[in-house]
Design a protein around this ligand. Structure first.
Ligand SMILES: C[S@@+](CC[C@H](N)C(=O)[O-])C[C@H]1O[C@@H](n2cnc3c(N)ncnc32)[C@H](O)[C@@H]1O
Length: 234
């Protein structure tokens, strides 16, 4: 299944996401800029328009089918803006921060957000582990798609999530297995599994979005830090 702009609009509307003509024009401009810039730099292996609508735009919108996404969202390793910028087009009030270490991709993202007229989008040319040193527990949502194995990804993303916030890892068919392997590491980082949204996108690709919620740390989870806090003289 490849998706036309009309099919994208229809699927979004069937899933409770209203889309205006203006938002559809933003998607059209996004697709054409992606294709144009992709001739000069390596942004994506997905080049055909119908594939871009299916594997980038529709795929990135899927998390919003299942839950309300609002407040601040940090997209770790967004590349050409996925999943955060399709979400931002659909949810204009979302405050987006993109962390992307490749300078040329940041150049594209800056040109794209300006052309789309998107406000409240901050693009940071850095690695997530460096950015996290100064921005711990800052965001309501932290997302990542196709960046790293879940274990590594958890270490990059979870420090950025607010207590009570959500870590959303967008995975393919390997997601369920990765979730089992990373379960303990994720718990040690303070997150509890909340849901696994599994969907078939098109005929062959299985999408598995893993959702974790960051909990208030307990003395049991952080015994060493807790002991230090308790011993600190007043
Ligand atoms: C395969 S691309 C995926 C891009 C996009 N998320 C998508 O789904 O199309 C992986 C991206 O992660 C970025 N990346 C790799 N390591 C990173 C790190 N430590 N912190 C932030 N981004 C990272 C890369 O620069 C690259 O743009």
């Amino acid at each position: 299944m490849l998706v036309t702009p009309e099919e994208l609009q229809e699927t979004l509307q069937q899933n409770g996401i209203a889309v205006t003509k203006e938002q559809m024009s933003q998607f059209a401009l996004y697709a054409s800029m992606l294709q144009e810039w992709n001739q000069r730099m390596n942004l994506t292996a997905i080049r055909e328009t119908a594939e871009i609508y299916e594997k980038h735009f529709l795929d990135c919108a899927l998390p919003a089918f299942e839950r309300k996404i609002s407040g601040s969202l940090c997209d770790v390793g967004a590349g050409a803006g996925f999943p955060s910028l399709p979400l931002k087009i659909l949810l204009p009030d979302l405050r987006v921060t993109i962390i992307e270490p490749i300078g040329k991709r940041c150049q594209f993202l800056r040109a794209l957000t300006e052309a789309l007229g998107l406000s409240d989008v901050v693009i940071v040319n850095a690695r997530a582990e460096d950015y996290a040193k100064e921005h711990r527990e800052t965001f309501d949502f932290v997302t990542a798609r196709a960046v790293a194995n879940l274990r590594v990804l958890s270490e990059l993303c979870i420090p950025l999530v607010k207590i009570g916030g959500v870590f959303l890892a967008m995975k393919g068919s390997a997601g369920i297995e990765e979730a089992k392997e990373a379960q303990r590491a994720i718990a040690l980082l303070g997150c509890a599994a909340e849901a696994q949204d599994v969907r078939r996108l098109g005929t062959d690709s299985l999408r598995c979005n893993l959702i974790y919620r960051k909990e208030k740390p307990t003395p049991k989870q952080y015994p060493r830090n807790y002991a230090m806090i308790k011993k600190k003289p007043l």
